[in-house]
Design a protein around this ligand. Structure first.
Ligand SMILES: Cc1cc2nc3c(=O)[nH]c(=O)nc-3n(C[C@H](O)[C@H](O)[C@H](O)COP(=O)(O)OP(=O)(O)OC[C@H]3O[C@@H](n4cnc5c(N)ncnc54)[C@H](O)[C@@H]3O)c2cc1C
Length: 437
């Protein structure tokens, strides 16, 4: 019988999974190598929770868009190929998903999880009284007729699904957002009144505190280095943990010796450690097509709220999201396909600042912006990978790409249900590893 479950990774996905596992009555331990929850991709994201907007990167016109920006100074997509067979395979699979037919299938799979996730998020926010600075509404700003044309398939799907939305001309858009600069060309905007934005790390922190109160154990500073499998079943984790400080009179040893190793037995393990936990699965023959698509963000003080955005928005031409936070404004975007190394990039920061200045020139001291970089754990088709693996007791909750905050509560609930042997409340067609089998 499954009693003690380990979760690898304390990002937003692992934290939500741990919460729901606890609610099913499991004893839960989260292993997180950092010293708190949500310190990697979940830290500096745009904070947008927009199920109506959720979109795969594999879309009609995207390959052309990537090529057209190859040599541009300010670009929403940077293609910096590195010699890697995994990247080559990922790109080939991505190209194969860029047709209109595949786009519609993938988008509807993602939206199924995203709408469910928003319901779960609202439930947790209300029950646990979490204040994550939620703002209602989402705007998709189109600078040109080309941007409007590229949005047409997504708008058609909103219409078919009966999702509330409005196409606005520039004047109507500026009525909703009076601080938008008149000097930047605006062909129109799509308004999604039911979508929202909020701080992902604030939510994760509050949820983790509630989970600790409820009995979940968070082992911070603990890095999982191996999943042990015996007879086709998961049995234990091998963990590196920091050595206890001040327990020895001996002189300190070199840094690499400052950790201790231990093995802990578990009945089940959920891998929710995004890109860096892929090798743990590969050792058992589970190779997931997830590549880190890097993104950048910057957060600045907003001294006068009237000079900034009232709700979250995205500049479709540059794919940069602009999000209001309490007393601050965040710009996030750029998809960089290439090296997995997380190094801040001046060119990406310049794009973020350009977009911020273009729309809200007086909102912030743009010259003081600094750059944060994170990795979107992206599948080639878009939807995440949830649930069982070929190893008994080994589950995954990974590959949430550019919408992991929007998906995390729903994905956590689905995976916890599966660990408990329950039928999830949504159809999992297209959301499991079976599609890559
Ligand atoms: C610029 C940018 C903007 C974005 N904007 C949005 C947005 O507006 N809305 C949205 O929904 N999503 C957005 N995203 C995507 C979203 O941030 C991610 O999908 C989400 O954070 C992924 O969550 P995660 O928990 O899977 O990964 P992470 O937050 O990266 O967490 C994984 C955790 O696992 C830990 N870990 C890994 N391996 C091990 C190990 N072996 N042992 C112990 N710990 C381990 C890591 O330390 C890390 O804390 C954006 C991403 C970026 C980069």
């Amino acid at each position: 019988m499954t009693r003690h479950v380990a979760v690898i990774g304390g990002g937003i996905v692992g934290t939500c999974t741990a919460w729901y596992l606890n609610q099913h009555g499991f004893e839960v331990t989260v292993f997180e190598r950092r010293d708190a929850v949500a310190r990697e991709a979940s830290w500096g994201n745009a904070g947008v929770v927009a199920p109506a907007y959720v979109t795969p990167w594999a879309a009609p016109g995207m390959p052309g868009k990537v090529l057209s920006y190859l040599f541009a100074a300010e670009a929403p997509v940077l293609f910096r190929p590195v010699a890697s067979a995994s990247l080559a395979r990922w790109l080939a699979a991505w190209l194969g998903q860029c047709s209109l037919e595949r786009y519609r299938i993938n988008k509807s799979r993602m939206q199924r999880l995203a709408f469910y996730s928003r319901d779960q998020l609202h439930g947790l926010r209300a029950t646990l009284q979490i204040d994550d600075g939620m703002r209602q509404g989402y705007l998709q700003l189109m600078r040109s007729q080309r941007d409007l044309a590229m949005a047409a398939p997504a708008i058609a799907m909103l219409q078919e699904a009966g999702v509330p939305h409005r196409l606005l001309d520039a004047a109507a858009c500026r009525q909703i957002e009076p601080a938008l600069s008149e000097d930047t060309p605006l062909a129109g905007a799509l308004h999604l009144p039911q979508d929202e934005s909020a701080s992902c790390p604030a939510f994760a922190q509050d949820l983790a505190e509630a989970a600790i109160q409820a009995g979940v154990r968070f082992a911070f500073g603990h890095s999982v280095r191996r999943i042990r499998v015996e007879g086709g079943r998961v049995t234990a984790l091998e963990i590196n943990r920091p050595a206890a400080i001040g327990r020895s009179d001996k002189p300190p040893r070199p840094m690499q010796d400052q950790t201790q190793q231990q093995t802990q037995r578990f009945d089940a393990v959920v891998v929710a450690g995004a890109v860096d936990s892929l090798p743990l699965l590969a050792e058992h023959g589970i190779r997931l097509p997830i590549w880190p698509i890097k993104g950048y963000s910057t957060k600045l003080t907003l001294p006068d709220a009237a000079l900034g955005p009232r709700q979250a928005m995205i500049d479709e031409a540059y794919k940069v999201a602009i999000t209001p936070l309490p007393g601050q404004i965040r710009l996030a975007g750029t998809a960089e396909i290439g090296s997995p190394k997380l190094v801040p990039r001046d060119a990406a920061l310049r794009t973020l600042v350009k977009v911020g200045r273009d729309w809200f020139p007086d909102a912030a001291d743009w010259a003081s912006a600094s750059c944060w970089v994170g990795a979107r754990p992206m599948t080639p088709d878009g939807p995440a990978l949830l649930g069982a693996t070929p190893v008994d007791g080994l589950f995954i909750n990974m590959g949430h790409g550019s919408t992991g905050w929007a998906m995390a509560c729903g994905a956590g609930k689905v995976v916890a249900d599966l660990v408990a042997g329950l039928r999830p409340e949504i159809d999992l067609d297209g959301l499991t590893i079976e599609r890559f089998a």
